[in-house]
Design a protein around this ligand. Structure first.
Ligand code: NAD
Length: 272
């Protein structure tokens, strides 16, 4: 095998991607599956999941899906067990599912949606944002570790955001503190789990065109506002994230753990 191929070899790995029916998670699933991993996508969107799995299996890739809500703890435990039963093990987990909890103060355009003003935020909206963007990451990591420890190791890759580090967001107020907490959780997990051969890292994307926030970054004005912050004049396409995902999940990434890796076309550099 060529040295390059060996370095990025993920063939036969048993992989889970949460929120893999769309956007960044779909890109993670694609890059792993097209390089020979066995990928199970967890997603709440049944129709989207069925469509994406059909498209990927049509490529001849080993991909299947489970319709699961990452905030449903018993369902998550059962879904992890089903992957282990099918593949004999779980090697790599992308804790990726996340949501825009609702309107907030848009620090990029300066837009103030009254529904997103702190005194008007419904408490359930705050709770759901923390549940989906933080607590579900805990649930995902917990189940991953339950299966990885007996196997002697694995890789966990969490999708955080540059919004964890800076007030740069078009999403709701609970998003930023949830992602900031995710970063700290990742670093703490890396400390706890390194001794067991489990590497834990976070990817911090800047703005990427996906379906989050109602696909808002596809709007001309919003897109232009974010493009003006990029150092390379554009915002992210999900294809841009595939190389980093493969690196972190492969032997080439074996010395990364506890890392918070920014991928944003330089937006954070401009803003800090
Ligand atoms: P997306 O909306 O395109 O994809 C998110 C996927 O998660 C969807 O398929 C959705 O159905 C699924 N999902 C939502 N709630 C779920 C639940 N309860 N259980 C299971 N699946 C659920 O969005 P995306 O931009 O690809 O977001 C992926 C991750 O990237 C999120 O954690 C998000 O915070 C993060 N992120 C995105 C950007 C960006 O600009 N797109 C930037 C920084 C971080």
């Amino acid at each position: 095998m060529a040295a390059l191929e060996k370095m990025f070899d993920v063939r036969g790995k048993s992989v889970i991607v949460t929120g893999g029916a769309s956007g960044i998670g779909r890109a993670y699933a694609e890059i792993m599956a097209e390089n020979g991993a066995k990928v199970c996508i967890f997603d709440i969107d049944r129709d989207g999941l069925a469509r994406v799995v059909a498209e990927m299996t049509a490529q001849g890739w080993d991909v299947w899906g489970q319709a699961v809500d990452v905030s449903d703890r018993p369902a998550m435990a059962a879904a992890f067990d089903a992957v282990a039963a099918r593949n004999g093990r779980i090697d790599t987990v992308f804790a990726n599912a996340g949501i825009d909890p609702g309107p907030g103060f848009n620090t990029v355009t300066g837009e103030r949606n009254p529904d997103g003003a702190i005194e008007n935020i419904p408490d359930e909206q705050w709770d759901r944002g923390i549940e989906l963007n933080l607590t579900s990451v805990y649930t995902t990591v917990k189940n991953a570790v339950r299966h990885m420890k007996p196997n002697g190791g694995g890789e966990i890759i969490v999708t955080s955001s540059i919004a964890s580090m800076i007030n740069e967001s078009i999403v709701g107020t609970s998003y930023m503190p949830a992602k900031a907490a995710v970063n700290h959780f990742v670093r703490h997990m890396a400390m706890e789990l390194g001794a067991y051969g489990i590497r834990v890292n976070a990817i911090l994307p800047g703005p990427f065109i996906t379906n989050i926030a109602g696909g808002r970054l596809r709007n001309k004005a919003d897109r232009a506002a974010f493009e003006s912050q990029s150092l390379i004049g554009r915002i992210g396409d999900v294809e841009d994230i595939k190389g980093l995902a493969l690196l972190l999940a492969s032997p080439a990434g074996s010395f990364f753990t506890g890392s918070l890796i920014v991928i944003d076309g330089g937006s954070l550099t401009r803003m800090t």
